[in-house]
Design a protein. Structure first.
Length: 426
């Protein structure tokens, strides 16, 4: 009899929990739709770029398509699970904040040196990930293959190394070690004899800049102001070395308006440690103070626009205050990470084409580069599923430029998403 009562009580408890979870999940989704209607007004569509830019090896193309189909299904399932277990839960962000408050209470703040996600505090309210030692040999081989291909096409090639947030020789607490700069150094040393490159860390030192202040405190990305500085460095070098006649006078510092939005942006590091520990960054929108005229095409957004810099290169729907955990104002520049972007500047007539193979650091470089060259195209290989070689043959750029940040220099077996950035050899 006693056993039956226990079973009945246990059943009631389990059923009650399931009912509460169902109501909780449904209510969460309804409320999220109410307070988080903050997506870009431009919606993404799926594009099979391999049809327009096919791989020479058909077997590779078919294998890629099959892998992508399974990957898409897995990602869809994963996203649904994550939405139910985290993003769609009422008060999820508050739970994260409370967990950090508890960590502070018990003085627990240790981070594994092998963790790819955990953050450490560099100084007051400034957070970053730490990166382990990497085998860079595959990245080196991929660069060599691309260089050989571009030589065969008589196309110039420049690699630009964007810095990582943690400066070289920065004194972390003794229990931590970041190898990002060491990984970059090894990579650049190994491509030194074959590939022309710019190491922007050297320019930071030469220009006597404060390395940490070039980055958001709550994010791994550099500031839009830093992106403009980097574009000037790159463009001056390109004009000197490759004679592309870039209109560098168009991106001088006094040629822009700077609108700063206080405490607007909470980057990925800040979202990870929550508002309990992180204070939102100011965010600056930089726009030219002179007449501009552009044409832009972003296929996966079905977007084709003509107009000024502000009308074509900025996604104003992302530049607003709102839920710090949901909105990324950083993606207001050039609509964020997209597989393919093509831009024509109708007021620059140098008849030159630049292809930028990019990661997210380029979001605050490409708009400024477009101000000084007639044609700029950008490919993000994490999303572009066609053949890079086919695209290059079709586009016929004068210069191919890779701009990657330090965290992209990895052992490709360690991170599938970052590894896609190195699909540069087919």
């Amino acid at each position: 009899m006693k056993k039956n009562k226990i079973e009945i009580v246990s059943s009631i408890i389990i059923i009650s929990i399931l009912v509460i979870m169902a109501i909780y999940s449904f209510g969460s989704k309804v409320l999220n739709k109410f307070y988080n209607n903050n997506d870009s007004s431009v919606k993404s569509i799926t594009i099979n770029f391999a049809k327009q830019y096919p791989f020479e090896n058909k077997k590779v193309e078919n294998q890629k398509s099959l892998i992508e189909k399974y990957e898409s299904k897995i990602n869809t399932i994963k996203e649904k699970i994550e939405n139910v277990t985290s993003k769609d839960l009422i008060g999820y962000e508050k739970m994260v904040e409370l967990s950090y408050a508890y960590n502070d209470l018990i003085k627990f703040n240790l981070v594994s040196n092998n963790s790819s996600d955990a953050r450490i505090e560099l100084d007051d309210d400034n957070y970053s990930r730490i990166v382990s030692k990497q085998d860079v040999s595959t990245c080196v081989n991929k660069i060599d293959s691309l260089k050989n291909f571009l030589d065969s096409q008589k196309i110039d090639f420049l690699y630009v190394q964007a810095p990582y947030k943690i400066p070289e020789n920065y004194q972390l607490p003794l229990i931590y070690k970041d190898y990002t700069n060491e990984n970059m150094n090894e990579f650049l040393n190994k491509i030194n004899d074959k590939v022309d490159y710019i190491d922007l860390r050297e320019n930071i030192i030469n220009d006597n800049l404060d390395h940490l202040k070039l980055f958001f405190k709550t994010d791994h990305h550099w500031l839009p102001e830093t992106g403009l500085w980097a574009t000037n460095v790159i463009s001056n070098y390109v004009n000197e070395k490759y004679n592309l006649s870039l209109r560098t006078d168009n991106i001088l510092k006094d040629k822009f308006n700077y609108e700063t939005y206080p405490n607007m942006y909470l980057g990925s590091d800040g979202r990870y440690v929550s508002l309990k520990n992180a204070k939102p960054d100011d965010f600056t929108m930089i726009t030219p103070n002179y007449e501009t005229d552009f044409e832009i095409s972003i296929p996966n957004l079905n977007l084709n626009k003509k107009g000024s810099y502000s009308d074509t290169l900025i996604d104003w729907s992302k530049l607003k205050y709102g839920n710090y955990y949901k909105i990324s104002q950083y993606t207001s520049y050039l609509y964020g990470d997209k597989p393919l972007i093509e831009i024509k500047n109708n007021l620059v007539n140098n008849d030159k084409k630049i292809l930028v193979i990019r990661d997210s650091f380029s979001e605050v470089v490409l708009p400024f580069l477009a101000l000084e060259n007639e044609y700029v195209s950008a490919i993000d290989l994490r999303q572009f599923n066609g053949s890079l070689y086919s695209y290059i043959k079709d586009y016929q750029p004068n210069l191919v430029l890779i701009l990657y940040n330090g965290k992209a220099i990895i052992d490709l077996k360690n991170d599938e998403e970052i590894a896609k950035l190195w699909n540069i050899d087919n």
